[in-house]
Design a protein around this ligand. Structure first.
Ligand SMILES: NC(=O)c1ccc[n+]([C@@H]2O[C@H](COP(=O)([O-])OP(=O)(O)OC[C@H]3O[C@@H](n4cnc5c(N)ncnc54)[C@H](O)[C@@H]3O)[C@@H](O)[C@H]2O)c1
Length: 312
């Protein structure tokens, strides 16, 4: 792989893991753009092959579209956008520019444990999936929102714990168990945190094929506990909590280890940003679209959007 010439827009909290991966993968960092600069002028001046977009949710789509129009490949942080309408605009723009790659950072799909779980499920060895349960019990205090007020404002972030934190796990639940066809539950603000976004939500998810998942997410937990995802199938159970434990109905069990947390960033982001970014760079010479494009990433966002609409 020849490492591309890249640029980054949005040098905030998450950008550190992107910059670390850019350095480690040997990409040529041609420039960094913050909110004091016009991103269009920046792209015209720097002319990168790839742009990493790490801006707040309501600053994703316009920047990504401007990059696509310039033929610049886009690696976009999740979620696709702060609203489903904006996200769909990007899906359409991606279709208008089929030769320009776009990838969305749902990096947990690159965790070795997630990939192993998917392989086992697709192999059919465990039989039909009956159901799953997942929990995201994390801690965000007032300082987290005060430092970056957009995170607490629905009009800018699009929502709270579901679209900002738990989207990774909702994405994994659908990726592993199947499309969700109906979601019910409640979301609320219980933690006295700033802003107007939900800090806690519980959902019951019905999947195509008949499986049911229960899902709980909150940022009011005392600490950042490891995400837990248990998938129950006819002939065994998969338990993802850091490592993956597979318990077969015949008594066998095996363990697949998760990657150790990387040096840059927060441990709860997982260690897979670099794997996703490396795969995105590698995909630039493929004729195929990147596997997690805006259409693919929309699955979790559509579920969240429909849940917000039907429960508010
Ligand atoms: N994949 C993950 O695990 C993960 C983890 C954390 C954050 N994120 C995502 O990363 C994105 C950024 O989150 P964050 O916590 O780093 O936010 P942040 O507020 O810390 O950083 C955002 C940066 O964007 C800059 N910015 C804002 N508007 C801009 C504009 N128009 N042009 C150029 N720069 C602009 C700000 O100055 C800031 O430097 C969000 O989409 C968030 O959901 C993803």
């Amino acid at each position: 792989m020849t490492a591309p010439r890249v640029a980054l827009i949005g040098p905030g909290t998450v950008s550190v893991v992107h910059l670390a991966a850019i350095g480690k993968l040997g990409a040529d960092l041609a420039g960094v753009c913050d909110s004091s600069r016009d991103h269009r002028a920046f792209l015209d001046e720097v002319r990168p092959e790839v742009v990493h977009i790490c801006t707040p949710h309501d600053r994703h789509v316009q920047i990504a579209r401007d990059a696509l129009e310039r033929g610049v490949h886009v690696l976009l942080e999740k979620p696709v956008a702060h609203t489903i309408e904006q996200a769909e605009l990007l899906v359409a723009a991606a279709k208008d520019h089929p030769s320009v790659k776009i990838g969305v950072c749902l990096q947990n799909r690159y965790n070795p444990t997630s990939r192993a779980a998917r392989e086992i499920l697709l192999s059919g060895e465990l039989g039909r999936v009956i159901g799953a349960s997942a929990s995201v019990l994390w801690h965000r205090d007032a300082a987290y929102y005060d430092a970056r007020p957009w995170r607490s404002v629905r009009e800018r972030a699009g929502g709270g714990v579901l679209i900002n934190q738990a989207i990774h796990t909702l994405d994994l639940v659908q990726w592993l168990v199947g499309d969700v066809v109906a979601a019910t539950g409640h979301a609320g603000r219980y933690g006295g945190l700033p802003g107007d976004v939900e800090d806690t939500a519980h959902l019951v998810l019905d999947h195509a094929g008949g499986a049911r998942s229960v899902f709980f997410a909150t940022v009011t937990n005392a600490v950042d506990s490891p995400v837990t995802l248990e998938i129950v199938a006819e002939r065994g159970t998969l338990l993802l909590r850091g490592d993956l434990t597979v318990a077969y109905a015949d008594g066998r069990s095996e363990m697949i280890a998760e990657l150790a947390p990387g040096g840059a960033g927060r441990s709860y982001w997982g260690a897979s940003h670099e794997l996703l970014i490396a795969d995105f760079y590698r995909s630039l010479s493929d004729p195929e679209p990147f596997p997690i494009g805006p259409q693919e990433a929309l699955a979790a966002q559509r579920l969240i959007d429909e849940f917000y609409r039907t429960t508010s």
